[in-house]
Design a protein around this ligand. Structure first.
Ligand SMILES: Cc1ncc(COP(=O)(O)O)c(C=O)c1O
Length: 371
């Protein structure tokens, strides 16, 4: 008997491994492995999901009309050009499914988000990486990686797991150098956290050009990863294509309700942003003082490179953090075996991280010395 065979490329996919969430034998765990938002969701979003449960026998509004309108109003956009997904992962998937197939290439930078390769392979296309420079996407290298088979270019801005970003000028140069029939996808999953003047989330390009898509998520600053909610701004033709391939009810009733409520809770969002600004900087400063290398990252996480010395390597740091109940993310799967990615958590959690790494690096605790 011949066994059923999946489509070419599918068995080449290394299944995505999410951040760990438990440590055998540990009591309280500090989970900083999935960039999930330090404070959890807005209480308004939680209440909206509870209320939505009353009517869960009803199918959702397949057009997510209210949420698309609210997002469009918030960003000054045409709601007809917004497409929602069960997480932005689904949108990445739909873009690959719709625009790339066998013989086509999907280009991204060497340490880019893993879903680009997974979705490309699931569509039968070939993922292609371009080298980075100093852990940052390199526009020249990306443009050199374009062939006549390239259909999509994905850039997470800022990128996960490096935290580095392309400036508006660099992103513009990238788009200008790509053939017109190649779609540039700016994945702005962490945009809400970024306050730098030279940053772009890709919104203006996706609004004004026919071949740029911007994706966003409610999983990070709005901390609704478990609800699965993401969206994109796409040119009308691309939005129309995505609406043809997407499942008719791909975003659940509770997810739509939670998204609407989260957008309304501006004070909560502001608190999350301010906390992240403070603790991203404090964490970066404290870990650099220990002699560790951290790229100039933005977002709600830090990438930390450990020295290639016995007792100081990334896997040993990971084991030490775990012994203190702290779960960071190993990023060997991103080609960064000497690094850990650590999400920005609450203040006491970050103090615990800093203390544990200070201990790991054998440094004196300056705060105790001056106390
Ligand atoms: C850069 C980037 N894009 C997209 C996603 C997917 O987010 P979601 O599918 O939860 O919206 C993530 C999640 O970690 C991410 O880091």
């Amino acid at each position: 008997m011949t066994p059923p065979r999946p489509q070419p490329g599918i068995l080449d996919i290394a299944p995505y491994k999410g951040g760990e969430s438990t440590i055998p034998g540990a009591g309280r765990v500090i989970k900083l492995s999935s960039n999930e938002g330090a404070f959890g969701p807005s209480p308004l979003a939680v209440r909206a999901m509870q209320d939505a449960a009353q009517d869960i026998h009803r199918y959702p509004d397949g057009h997510a009309t209210a949420l698309r309108q609210t997002l469009a109003d918030a960003h000054g956009l045409d709601p007809n050009r917004l497409v929602l997904g069960a997480g932005s992962d689904e949108i990445i998937n739909m873009l690959c499914q719709a625009y790339a197939g066998p013989g086509d290439e999907v280009l991204y930078s060497a340490h880019g988000f893993l879903m680009y390769a997974i979705s490309a392979k699931a569509a039968g296309a070939t993922p292609v990486t371009a080298p980075e420079t100093d852990l940052k996407a390199d526009v020249t290298a990306l443009l050199a990686g374009v062939t006549d088979r390239t259909r999509l270019v994905f850039i997470a801005n800022p990128n996960n797991p490096t935290g580095t970003y392309l400036t508006v000028e660099e992103m513009t140069r990238l788009r200008a150098g790509l053939p017109d029939d190649v779609i540039l996808v700016v994945d702005a999953a962490y945009a809400e956290y970024v306050g730098r003047d030279d940053y772009t989330d890709g919104l203006a390009m996706a609004r004004d050009l026919d071949n740029v898509v911007m994706t966003r998520t409610f999983s990070k600053m709005y901390a609704l990863g478990g609800a699965r909610l993401g969206w994109c701004l796409a040119p009308s033709r691309i939005a129309d294509v995505l609406n043809r391939v997407r499942g008719p009810f791909n975003v659940s009733v509770p997810a739509q309700a939670a998204g609407l409520a989260a957008l309304q809770d501006r004070a909560f969002a502001e608190k999350c942003r301010a906390h992240n600004d403070e603790w991203l900087k404090r964490t970066q400063d404290a870990l650099r003082q220990l002699g560790l290398f951290l790229p100039d990252g933005v977002g709600n996480f830090v990438l930390v490179r450990f020295p290639d010395e016995p007792g100081r390597r990334a896997e040993e740091a990971d084991a030490h953090l775990k012994s203190q109940g702290i779960i960071a993310r190993r990023v060997a799967g991103y080609g960064l075996p000497d690094c850990l990615r650590i999400s920005i958590g609450q203040a006491d959690e970050m103090e615990a991280v800093i203390a544990a790494l200070r201990d790991f690096m054998g440094a004196e605790d300056a705060s105790k010395e001056t106390a």
